[in-house]
Design a protein around this ligand. Sequence first.
Ligand code: ZN
Length: 142
Amino acid sequence: MTTIRELYQETIIDHGRQPRNFGALPEANIHHEGFNPLCGDKVHLHIHEENNIIKKIKFEGSGCAISMASASLMTEVLQNKSMQEIEKIFNEFHQLVLGKEADEECLGKLAIFAGVAEYPARVKCATLAWHALKSIFETMEK
Ligand code: ZN
């Protein structure tokens, strides 16, 4: 049986080496950069948003495997999601990495990030792309 810890490590290595949705997005109308000074991770999000739906999201950046894998999985999960859905996933994801109870059905493949809760120093790496996304919402709501 594969444990969540093994699955976590495999996924981080896989997505860290070969991030999905990595690169520029010419049709993007929102750009935002996040930086984690504790680890030196940098994530630049490119988003094509229309009527409060993320039509397409890609990213560029550099950093540790966890930060890259997290951004990679985030972009996979958020394609064609509405801002309300994303806010819900963000909140559940945040609970999860802090080791609190989270809705795993809502999180889908992101649920493997429960593994991060064992390494509190890496929580900032795992949430970098998410915080960058969150600050986009905050500017949009104004
Ligand atoms: Zn990092």
